[in-house]
Design a protein around this ligand. Structure first.
Ligand code: GDP
Ligand code: MG
Length: 284
């Protein structure tokens, strides 16, 4: 007989910046909860994303980019913060050697006592651009440092292996009450998310010229005409020299940025948006 009790599973997703952690979570949640970017380190806070289907609830904890120069510190921070009670560790790597650089630190942390996973799995992503020989080598090298319970070879871009991974995860569900409501998708506030959308567009549009650690804050949201919203945000820049870059010739830079961001916001809110972006130099 089929059980009619709630089941849940909490997953910590770890890996170097840019390996596809956010893409993986978005794939399973089916909605844009985590910011995906070609530029490393866009996910700054831990984000919990929640997928509820029937009686099953799976939550993913997305971790901020782990910076290679300060790797000890940031891995520790990640572990010490939100991670105490997760069931599974999903460790993601891709084709780049750099993506596999913190296994030694990870190994050390896993030997500590405060952190216990029932299972640890290795996910090798981007197999659309890795050949068989490389795949074997990546697997062998990683297992030398950490003994994983399972390995999955996937491509989130092409959809290879993702169904198998999803099915495997569902088999790990534990019978117990849910932590989140049925329709909750993320513990990330809507306002915070709207700021992240702006940040994402800045990183996409200005690439190398603007550092990733810029901040966007929400000033206020007001109802506009009809069913629309007026959104006022301030972009905080760490240097005066970034201002003309964002403004662009005749203000075209910020006009373009504002237009693209507005479209993303409208998709997300399913409402018409009037966006007002303000620039401020904030030397911290
Ligand atoms: P995160 O920093 O680990 O969260 O990485 P993101 O999810 O932001 O992804 C980083 C980049 O890798 C994005 O440009 C993705 O589109 C890209 N990406 C993700 N999965 C794949 C994949 O399977 N194949 C390829 N070729 N690119 C991918
Ligand atoms: Mg990310």
């Amino acid at each position: 007989m089929k059980s009619s009790k709630q089941k849940s599973l909490k997953i910590l997703v770890l890996g170097k910046p840019n390996v596809g952690k956010s893409t993986l979570i978005n794939y399973f949640i089916g909605e844009k909860v985590s910011i995906v970017s070609r530029k490393a380190q866009t996910t700054r806070q831990n984000i919990t994303a929640i997928m509820t289907e029937g009686l099953n609830q799976i939550t993913f904890i997305d971790t901020p980019g782990l910076n290679s120069t300060k790797k000890n510190v940031s891995i520790k921070e990640t572990f010490r913060s939100s991670v105490i009670s997760t069931d599974l560790l999903v460790y993601v790597v891709d084709d780049r050697k750099i993506s596999r650089f913190f296994e030694n630190e990870l190994k050390k942390e896993l030997h500590g006592s405060h952190l216990q996973f029932s299972k640890k799995i290795l996910v090798i992503n981007k197999i659309d651009k890795i050949n068989k020989g490389e795949l074997l080598e990546i697997t062998r090298e990683t297992y030398k440092k950490i003994e994983f319970d399972e390995t999955f070879f996937i491509s989130l871009k092409k959809g290879y292996g993702t169904i198998e991974l999803g099915n495997w995860l569902k088999n790990q569900l534990i019978e117990r009450n849910w932590e989140f409501k049925q329709n909750e998708k993320s513990n990330f506030g809507k306002e915070q998310f709207l700021c992240e959308l702006t940040r994402e567009q800045i990183l996409h549009n200005f690439h190398e010229e603007i550092p990733y650690n810029l901040e966007v804050v929400m000033d206020y949201i007001r109802p506009g005409g009809g069913n629309s919203l007026k959104i006022y945000q301030t972009i905080l820049l760490t240097k005066g020299s970034y201002k003309p870059i964002i403004l662009g010739k005749k203000g075209n830079g910020i006009k373009n940025l504002s237009q693209k961001t507005r479209l993303e916001m409208e998709k997300f809110l399913k409402k018409k948006v009037h966006l007002f972006l303000n620039l401020k130099i904030n030397r911290g």
